[in-house]
Design a protein around this ligand. Structure first.
Ligand code: PLP
Length: 408
């Protein structure tokens, strides 16, 4: 396990109290808290180096560009990208997937084509494909999940028989905690002639990602879920695909030459980064990656799966609790319901004890329909959580059970 006492000391927000209680932050799948090193890196950038990036002829602008591009180098190393040019900065997973749907999708998907997603995908890995399919007259096929919350590989195989153009799936489910066999899914997608799009939003913060080993074509993630600022993230893509794709946004910086009636494009990845970029996001993301690498991603993953095991064991002891998702191959995400207490009521009551959990459909409505529930409560762990946090969760839940007269 990680030394959570020293990790917690790095996160100023964790020193605050909630209703007179220690803050127990268990909503990390939604967003993570930020360590002082990230906050300091952003402040340092604004204090000493801020200017608009690229094309600057003065020292400050060169320094700002270096800081921005250092963030790209850090991301490339973190996910073992094919090259620095394979990293396109975006606002996060949602924008990254929309970029692929708009650029690669619009160019390559024709009427009658198929796009495959899974029933455990987040809306941001479903809705962009729905929009694309509606525009192009293509069909979206959703692969079913098994009883124990995994991608149904038989149904995945059947979906591939129609030779889809795109197959998209999550590395880790934000609503079940399932860790999917992404290299295997990618191999199968390629054998069917499709490109593979991996939603890495719940993977990059929590486990060691190697996009070359997965061999996926596109990998999307969000920085704010991994210690970095809101509005940070990237799309990682095979450089040859990026070279062949048309731009996503038109504007400054993404061009090579602009004539009265047409323009030519900048080199990758700048072709996809029109306008003034979020430099602070790249700086913060670089600092977040340095922090995570210092802890070691294998230790981060071990720490969180150990916490998930303890949480599942303790929650199972509460009579009316139902836990969703598989028992193994899971990340530090524990979704549950408690008798007939509405998850929103549960989250509100837990807040009185300083325990922050999320309640709702978690942007996975198709999955909720398959689980037969409108909503679940979800505790999700990160590097600063420990067994004391699980104890706080369990004792706050027992209090809620007493309040609602649900067997505890
Ligand atoms: N995909 C998954 C699996 C997620 O959990 C999330 C966010 O919760 C997203 C995509 C969307 O991420 P963002 O809102 O940062 O773009």
């Amino acid at each position: 396990m990680l030394d959570t006492v020293s990790v917690r000391a790095d996160f100023p927000i964790l020193a605050r109290e909630e209703n007179g209680k220690r803050l127990v932050y268990l909503d990390n799948a939604a967003t993570s808290q930020k360590p002082r090193k990230v906050l300091d890196a952003i402040q340092h950038y604004y204090h000493f180096h801020n200017a608009n990036v690229h094309r600057g002829a003065y020292t400050l602008a060169v320094e700002a560009t270096e800081a921005y591009e250092a963030g790209r180098t850090a991301v490339a190393g973190f996910v073992n990208a094919w090259a620095r040019e394979a990293v396109v900065f975006t606002r996060g997973t949602t924008e990254s997937i929309n970029l692929v749907a708009s650029s690669w999708g619009r160019t390559n998907v024709q009427p009658g084509d198929r796009v495959v997603v899974t029933a455990m995908d987040h809306h941001s890995n479903i809705v962009p494909w729905q929009i694309l399919c509606q525009e192009k007259g293509a069909t979206l096929r959703m692969v079913e999940i098994t009883e124990d919350g995994r991608i149904d590989l038989s149904d995945f195989g059947r979906a591939l028989e129609s030779k889809p153009k795109i197959v998209a799936f999550p590395y880790v489910s934000n609503s079940l905690g399932t860790v999917n066999p992404v290299a295997q899914l990618t191999r199968l997608a390629h054998a069917a002639g499709a490109v593979a799009v991996v939603d890495g939003a719940q993977a990059a913060p929590h486990l060691r990602v190697d996009v070359q080993a997965i061999d996926c074509d596109f990998f999307a993630f969000s920085g704010h879920k991994m210690l970095a600022p809101m509005g940070s993230g990237a799309l990682i893509a095979k450089p040859a695909l990026l070279e062949a794709m048309p731009p996503y946004h038109g504007g400054g910086e993404m061009i090579e030459r602009v004539w009265d009636d047409h323009a030519t494009w900048n080199k990758i990845p700048h072709k996809f980064e029109g306008g003034t970029p979020n430099v602070e996001a790249a700086v913060g993301l670089g600092a977040a990656i340095a922090y995570l690498e210092q802890l070691g991603m294998d230790r981060v993953a071990e720490h969180e799966s150990a916490l998930a095991r303890v949480a599942i064991e303790r929650l199972t002891q509460i009579e009316s609790v139902t836990i969703y998702g598989p028992r193994d191959h899971r990340a530090g995400v524990v979704p549950f319901t408690y008798g007939d207490i509405h998850p929103h009521d549960l989250a509100t009551i837990l807040d009185r004890d300083g325990v922050c959990i999320r309640a709702g459909h978690h942007c996975t409505q198709p999955l909720m329909r398959r689980l037969g529930v409108a909503a679940t409560a979800r505790a999700s762990f990160y590097i600063y959580n420990d067994v004391d946090d699980i104890d706080a969760l369990v004792s706050a839940l027992r209090k809620a059970g007493e309040l609602f007269g649900v067997p505890a």
